[in-house]
Design a protein around this ligand. Structure first.
Ligand code: CP3
Length: 343
């Protein structure tokens, strides 16, 4: 039983009939918001993540401005490798930077499966503080990166167009790669369980770089680990699995026990419904760059998107994170369009 004033998001996750679908935006707490930039100017990235007052404030900023139907905790997928004894920096204008990338079985041996409260207790404190600020108005989403996506950063050492070093590691040292993936999986399961205990209402697994793998390699190096996470979490919380560029795996994902699947804009609603068998809740898939279109066009496109997916078993979202330089009015038009939607 949910005591939330607006439980549209949780109802859509359960597949219940709704008047309109719920809406939130991936990366909704971010650089397109002036109030976010003000905090960013004063505190470095991991200070923002590690200080519950800051993380909770940043989480509710987009809600205050636009009134989305769900909040997502401000944090990062890379707090997991940090907790596992891997150094991670966030370099201004570069992004993630790992000075000692993992390249051998010996490096993998140094990686620990940490105690979650000890290493990531600050995330749980941020969740509790955010829940207080949200005051039971809307649900809070917790998240983690997929083990494969985390491995990508741990091995490559930074962002990449093709994550060639990460793939080379998997294909030349598969034993070491699977050992690392399993350590990340074990840590992620314990972490997400703690997040649920701390109060998040749903969890999303971001497989941002799953689409770098062939369909066969995807099953071997990414999906089997996400499946472990779903198996471990699904009794405790709804799980959303989002794989960027992973439409080819939607049929497998639909049988996983996840409550919803994320879809990016390269897959049509019709194809996504077809591949998933039409019964599971889908989330997506507006091209984030389309938020540069005039607000009136955005609204038309959003209404068309809802008609294509259908209003039930559907969560309106972007197909990936919102871009930093999107006009505020345009982000607003996206949210308003959903609230104005009528059959
Ligand atoms: C791959 C990935 C990362 N982090 C994340 C992913 C998966 C989602 C995706 O694919 O977009 C997840 C993430 N990162 C952040 C959130 C916050 C919650 C939200 O509003 O969605 C979430 C859900 C904050 C953040 N994480 C980061 C920022 C921007 C930097 C800053 O605020 O200083 C934010 C708001 C930094 C980050 N963190 C990461 C990258 C690649 C970057 C650099 C991005 C850039 O500079 O363009 C790793």
């Amino acid at each position: 039983m949910s005591t939330l004033k607006n439980d549209l998001f949780l109802r859509a996750l359960k597949g219940e009939t709704v008047d309109r679908p719920p809406v939130w935006m991936m990366r909704q707490a971010g650089r397109y918001l002036p109030e976010f930039m003000e905090i960013k100017a004063k505190y470095d990235f991991f200070t923002r993540c590690q200080t519950p007052e800051l993380a909770s404030e940043i989480t509710v900023q987009p809600i205050r401005r636009y009134g989305m139907d769900a909040a997502i905790l401000f944090s990062d997928i890379l707090v997991i490798p940090q907790a596992m004894n891997i150094e991670v920096e966030m370099k201004p204008n570069v992004g993630p930077w790992l000075p000692n990338p993992i390249r051998s079985a010996k490096d993998v041996d140094q990686v620990i499966v940490p105690d979650i409260q000890e290493t990531l207790g600050y995330v749980m404190d941020a969740i509790k503080m955010t829940k207080e600020k949200l005051n039971d108005e809307i649900p809070l989403i917790g998240f983690a990166g997929s083990p494969w996506t985390i491995l990508c950063y741990c091995v490559q050492g930074q962002g990449s167009k093709n994550f060639d070093k990460a793939k080379e590691f998997c294909f030349t040292q598969p034993l070491a790669a699977h050992t690392l993936l399993q350590k990340i999986t074990d840590t992620t399961i314990a972490y997400l369980k703690e997040k649920v205990k701390a109060g998040v209402n749903a969890v999303q697994v971001f497989d941002s770089w799953g689409g770098m793998l062939s369909p066969e390699d995807y099953q071997t190096f990414s999906w089997q680990y996400i499946q472990q996470i779903i198996d471990a979490l699904k009794e405790e919380s709804p799980v959303i699995a989002f794989g960027k560029g992973c439409w080819f795996a939607l049929d497998t994902m639909a049988k996983s026990g996840a409550s919803a699947l994320g879809v990016d804009w390269t897959c049509s609603a019709r194809n996504a419904r077809y591949l998933t068998g039409g019964n599971i809740t889908l989330q997506g898939n507006f091209d984030p760059t389309r938020l540069f279109s005039p607000p009136s066009e955005i609204k038309q496109m959003v209404h068309e998107m809802i008609r294509s997916f259908g209003k039930d078993k559907y969560i309106v979202n972007l197909g990936h994170g919102i871009l930093p330089n999107i006009p505020l009015e345009n982000a607003g038009a996206f949210i308003e369009a959903v609230k104005e939607y009528k059959e």
